[in-house]
Design a protein around this ligand. Sequence first.
Ligand code: DOR
Length: 316
Amino acid sequence: VDMAVDLGGGHRLPNPLMTASGCAANGRELHRFFDVADLGAFVTKSVMADPRSGRGTPRMAETPSGMLNSIGLQGPGIAAFVDDDLPWLHSVGARVLPSIAGGSSTEYAHVAATLRASRAFDAVIGVEVNISCPNVANRGLVFACDPMASAKVVALVREQLPRNIPVFAKLSPDVTDITAIAAACVKAGADGLTMINTLLGMSIDTDRMQPHLGGVTGGLSGPGIRPVAVRAVWQVRQAMFEGRIPTVPIIGVGGVRTGRDALELVAAGASAIQVGTAVFNDPSAPVRVLAELTELLGERGYARFTDAVGAAHGRG
Ligand code: DOR
């Protein structure tokens, strides 16, 4: 099966598997388990303008349906990212999809402009704009729930980057109509969409009668949100088929642990798949999922990965 895919900008990815932002830091840890250059792309933890320590601890809790996190966008800031993390990823031959975040549209623009000017920018094959973090003061949803605010961030980031760098807007499942946000982002210049970020949740320690997380609420990831991700990808792909949104590539993310999970998102319309929470149990999960997905596609008679994208819409 030919697993190659082009998500825009003429960058041919050898396969559609990626890390999900935030679950693999900036690559060094996972590289002890497999060669991160074997992935279609490596998606980094969202980086903001300045170093941030994030929310108070504890910041992770397990639930029967997945993991809750309230990290609060901890990170080194864009200057350290371009001086250290990005050159390291470049040195090992990774194709990098940096995730960027901001508290204002001008912060996003500054982060994008700093990336563009950096010495290892050659490693970058696209930029993921995280407009949907649930763990910041305004719940991030000030961008992700508002089509105008989403559009403004996307348009400003798009302006900072060369044409051969596709911009992916990462959307939140915590909205009434994800197709309306998707449409606003694409009309503002997004070259692709990543769906979904975590779902806002909470858990309570009934011994202490207190919330588990220092941040009180958190983002739910893992198996419990997989049907939500499948639904979001399917709805947005369907809106593209119906001409309500211009057709752009969709990156599917949410609770993928196996090749079968990945194939479900592909059938719903995803042209690439990110693996996040699963790496905590199995650090090699992204490359294992790639092998499993390749085998399943072969069993189903597909010669090319791209032929399976959106197959569940029954249009081809
Ligand atoms: O669940 C999430 N946690 N999503 C994000 O976008 C950011 C992250 C964090 O740092 O809190």
